[in-house]
Design a protein around this ligand. Structure first.
Ligand code: AMP
Ligand code: ZN
Length: 135
């Protein structure tokens, strides 16, 4: 019974966010994927690419994104868990090269949590001792 109530709410939230803020046609990260805008790519696989964040918060700050457009990590996990696994594998690969394999992988989900680009991306953060102060 709980599932019956949960599904429509989740679907409505997803459609709402896509409609308001993240049509793939004007999505910055989709433009990195299709090559119409340049960025510093540091790794890629069949399903995901990794590029440097323009405003790094640590010595290593790389974004990993799926080539396909999804609004956030929950939408990606629900629609295509294999691509999410490939995204995490790419984060690990980048972190092995750039941060000895020790890193934080952060998915901000929603504006209150700090999400500003509505194409799912994991922040690969490392290269220094990290603090723990999200607020
Ligand atoms: P979030 O705030 O979690 O949505 O993360 C979006 C990230 O995208 C921020 O860390 C920005 O610095 C980064 N960003 C925005 N524009 C660009 C760009 N043109 N190239 C690389 N990173 C960008
Ligand atoms: Zn996109």
């Amino acid at each position: 019974m709980a599932r019956a109530g949960w599904r429509p709410v989740l679907r409505a939230a997803r459609i709402g966010r896509i409609g308001v803020m993240s049509l793939p046609s004007d999505c910055l990260f989709c433009q990195f994927v299709d090559g119409s805008l340049e960025t510093e790519v540091v790794g890629q696989n069949q399903k995901a690419i990794a590029f440097r964040d323009i405003n790094p918060q640590a010595p290593v700050h790389v974004l990993v994104i799926p080539r396909e457009h999804y609004v956030d990590v929950a939408a990606l996990a629900a629609a295509d868990p294999e691509t999410l696994a490939d995204l995490v594998a790419l984060a690990q690969e980048v972190a092995l090269v750039e941060a000895d394999g020790e890193y934080r992988l952060i998915f901000n989900s929603g504006p209150t949590a700090g999400q500003s680009v509505f194409h799912v991306h994991g922040h690969v953060i490392g290269g220094t001792k990290l603090g723990w102060t999200p607020a």
